[in-house]
Design a protein around this ligand. Structure first.
Ligand code: C2E
Ligand code: MG
Ligand code: MG
Length: 788
């Protein structure tokens, strides 16, 4: 609508009114001419009134038309205000038709400022132009067709479409097209931002969904009551259920073991029942915004059970209200197996697969606790294979291992499955039997164990006969706790060994007494040094070639005011076990060096002084400085000092032991192997460690005269030692016959009661002199024909 319409209408009204008056006057005049003067006054008024009425009618009519025009003008201005302030782009278009009446374009009648902005062109450039000439719209594009259809059908169009024209400053538009006459009113709304947000959201949703679906663990979402609302592919795989079988149909608790849920519910609240708590058991900690993580057993669709780790977290709305839960689960079967394997490795012996020392301790404590509660007994068996070290040494470690494996198998077979069988050391096993009712049972089991171990074992084509010494202690009869139970079973095992091996011993009253005695002795030994109860005795050693006294062995003596004279075979092991051997040994060493040197001076001969050193003394850090200092203080020359070690020391010795031996050798000190033949040393070791002397163990010397085997051992030791340039001493020589035997075998030296018992320093010179003066001091002449 144009602004000038009202003005032209107004002028037309006035023209009508002004022309109505002369017309009515003219009509009156005409009437007078035709009807003459007879025309009355009344007629003149009527005619004038008619003219006026026509004019008023015309005026009225025109007024009505004017009102319409005024309304249209108002609407026009309101329309303009609305169109210009609209947030959207708006335009009015008129169809441009060809001759056939077909719409070929749309002429732009009106566009608002937003269209200018959208198209980047001014209104003056656009008004009057056609749509196809100023926009990318073409009659061939589908949208053009849809615009035409709006005009044809009168049905408005509402659609969103992407824009890919650079000239248009939007990527997405929403359009509303309404028919207006033979044209269109079109609104364009820029929805680019909303669209890209929508796209971003769709992408995010797709990403989230892809994460959800492809997560390597099972994800199950539930509502507040526990009903499953979604689950991913892994959840299907883990549970064995398909999505549609569970979603909106089942509760998460349906996948759990009811007993496990109940146990957890009771742990939270003792008065709990599954019915009362149900799903809350799974989400107990998650409701507070924390992650509730726990191991559970999942019941799969086929009823199989899988250990899982389940982490549950609450899902909250923007307002912070919990709207449901998400639970993430993964199968921990492998992890469990791995943990079990690692725990097994850590607690079991790798060679035999039996329980290890630490676990044995726990199981023994457990068994004792149980027995205490139910008033039953527990028996602990300590089993030591006899002479295992000898087998291990002669046939090699692999054979030794096979033997241990077989022994473990035999042991396991001879006990109940509830009994614990453990390997606690090289060849030491322990069996713990709970639920014992009588000592008779124990004896029977022990006899059975010994018998089962006894049959020969074939390893690498060797048939081996392995026996065992078994020590047993019973709770509560002779031990009040696990520690004493194990310790006393061990003592009983030693008693079995001392009794001749291949047997069992049950810890008894007498052993308890022995233990008590041992404790008393240990207590006394701790004070022996300070109380000056220790002394050294010396036993002469003679040359079997000259008959002269060549040296002496220093032997420790302990005389306690109450216990009397205690044998070294009793107190030395005790001193070694308690570590008391270190200060005692140090005292013995210095005393022997000083007294030995004094005797050398007294007799005027450089006698060799032999001093025993036990393995425990080699752990003493300052052993070599201690030896050096004793030599220095006593004035004894290192060449006259000989230390005696047992042959096993060379076998098991570690680097630091060998290093100490070497350093002593460098000082000039001689090394002698004591009790040779009873251990497991081989001649190669003797060569390697440059041994000076071997002392044949007294057991061989004693038996050699009557026993052909013992004689062969002695003969071999002497012959081989001479081959290696090592001197041989026979110890424990008690008879003339033994002396003759050794002479015939060309043994170098001898020591024993036949020559002299060990005596105190004060008596030593007298013993030496009387020996040399005595007729028996004359060395019997060897019988030439018997020497081989
Ligand atoms: P050993 O070193 O083999 O000492 C020889 C043992 O045989 C001594 O026993 C000695 O008294 C004994 N003996 C000597 N001649 C005869 C004999 O003709 N017949 C019999 N039946 N026995 C004889 P003892 O004095 O009881 O010592 C036992 C063990 O104690 C020693 O064996 C040695 O290993 C250890 N020992 C002794 N004194 C010391 C010491 O000062 N330090 C250390 N570490 N150990 C020592
Ligand atoms: Mg000795
Ligand atoms: Mg000896």
């Amino acid at each position: 609508m144009k602004a000038s319409a009202l003005d032209s209408h107004r002028s037309w009204v006035w023209k009508t009114i002004l022309s109505a008056i002369p017309i009515s006057l003219a009509v009156v005049q005409l009437w007078r001419l035709n009807h003459g003067a007879e025309l009355g006054r009344m007629s003149t008024v009527l005619i004038a009134l008619s003219g006026t009425a026509v004019a008023v009618w015309a005026l009225w009519r025109e007024y009505g038309r004017g009102e319409k025009i005024r309304g249209a003008e108002l609407a026009h201005s309101q329309f303009l205000a609305a169109a210009e302030t609209s947030l959207d782009a708006f335009g009015l278009f008129e169809s441009v038709r060809d001759e056939a009446g077909k719409i070929v374009d749309f002429q732009i009648l009106y566009i608002n400022a937003n269209v200018e902005r959208l198209l980047g062109q001014s209104r003056s450039e656009l008004l009057g132009q056609t749509l196809c000439s100023v926009t990318p719209m073409k009659p061939t594009v589908p949208m053009f067709g849809r615009f035409c259809r709006v005009i044809e059908t009168g049905e408005s169009l509402n659609e969103e479409f992407p824009v890919s024209y650079e000239s248009v400053k939007a990527s997405w538009l929403q359009t509303q097209v309404v028919k207006l006459g033979d044209g269109l009113a079109i609104t364009f709304k820029d929805i680019s931002e909303a669209k890209s947000a929508q796209e971003r959201y769709a992408q995010l949703a797709e990403f989230t969904d892809s994460v959800f679906q492809n997560a390597p663990f099972s994800i199950i979402a539930t509502d507040l009551e526990g009903t499953i609302t979604a689950m991913n592919a892994q959840a299907e795989k883990l549970t064995g259920y398909r999505c549609e079988e569970l979603v909106e149909k089942a509760s998460l608790t349906a996948l759990h073991d009811e007993r496990e849920l109940l146990a957890r519910a009771i742990a939270i609240d003792t008065a709990a029942t599954v019915e009362k708590y149900g799903f809350e058991v799974l989400t107990a900690g998650a409701a507070d915004g924390e992650m509730e993580e726990r191991e559970w057993t999942l019941i799969r669709r086929d009823g199989s059970r899988t250990p899982i780790n389940l982490a549950v977290r609450a899902v909250t709305t923007e307002g912070g209200e919990v709207s449901g839960f998400v639970s993430i689960a993964f199968d921990i079967t492998d992890r469990r197996q791995m943990m079990e394997y690692v725990t097994h490795l850590a607690t079991h012996d790798q060679l035999t697969g039996l329980t290890g020392r630490a676990l044995l301790q726990d199981k023994t404590v457990e068994a004792v606790e149980q027995a205490r509660r139910y008033g039953t007994k527990v028996a602990v068996f300590v089993i030591d294979l006899d002479h295992f070290k000898r087998i291990n040494d002669s046939l090699g470690h692999s054979a030794g291992d096979q033997l241990l494996i077989e022994a473990a198998r035999r042991l396991t077979r001879s006990v109940r499955s509830t009994d614990v069988v453990a390997r606690v050391g090289g060849d030491e096993f322990v069996v713990v039997m709970p639920d014992i009712t009588s000592v008779n049972d124990v004896e029977q089991c022990a006899a059975n164990l010994v018998a089962r171990l006894a049959p020969e074992i074939s390893i690498d084509e060797h048939l081996m006969h392995v026996t065992a010494s078994v020590g047993i202690c019973i709770y509560p009869d002779f031990a009040s706790d696990a520690k004493h139970l194990l310790k006393r079973a061990d003592s009983a095992m030693y008693a079995a060994k001392e009794n001749g091996r291949n047997q069992f011993q049950i810890f008894s009253e007498s052993m308890l007494k022995e233990t008590a005695e041992r404790l008393t002795m240990e207590h006394a030994l701790r004070h022996a040094l300070v109380n000056k109860e220790l002394s050294m005795h010396y036993q002469p050693q003679i040359s079997l070639t000259t008959g002269a006294v060549t040296g002496m062995e220093a032997l420790l003596r302990w005389t306690h005011p109450k216990l009397g004279s205690v044998s070294p075979s009793q107190f030395i092991p005790l001193a070694e076990e308690t570590g008391l051997i270190v200060p005692i040994g140090e005292w013995a060493f210095l005393t022997a060096c000083c007294e030995g040197r004094a005797l050398q001076v007294e007799l005027g001969v450089d006698l060799t002084v032999s001093i025993n050193l036990s393995p425990r003394q080699f752990q003493q850090k300052n052993l070599v400085p201690m030896v050096e200092s004793a030599l220095l203080k006593s004035g004894l020359s290192a060449e006259c000092l000989q230390i005696e070690i047992t042959e096993n020391m060379l076998m098991v010795s570690s680097e630091h032991v060998l290093d100490k031996l070497q350093r002593m050798r460098e000082l000039g000190v001689r090394i002698s192997i004591d009790d040779f033949g009873t251990g497991f040393c081989s001649f190669s070791y003797l060569l390697e460690y440059q041994v000076d002397r071997l002392k044949i163990d007294q057991s061989f010397v004693r038996k050699a005269v009557a026993d052909a085997n013992a004689a062969a051992v002695v003969r071999t030791i002497i012959a081989m030692s001479h081959g290696l340039n090592i001197k041989v001493v026979a110890e424990g020589v008690e008879t003339d016959e033994q002396m003759r035997f050794l002479l015939r075998r060309r043994c170098d030296e001898a020591q024993g009661n036949f020559i002299s018992r060990p005596v105190a320093k004060a008596e030593f010179s007298g013993v030496v002199r009387s020996y040399e003066d005595h007729p028996s001091a004359r060395i019997p002449e060897p019988v030439a024909g018997l020497v081989r």
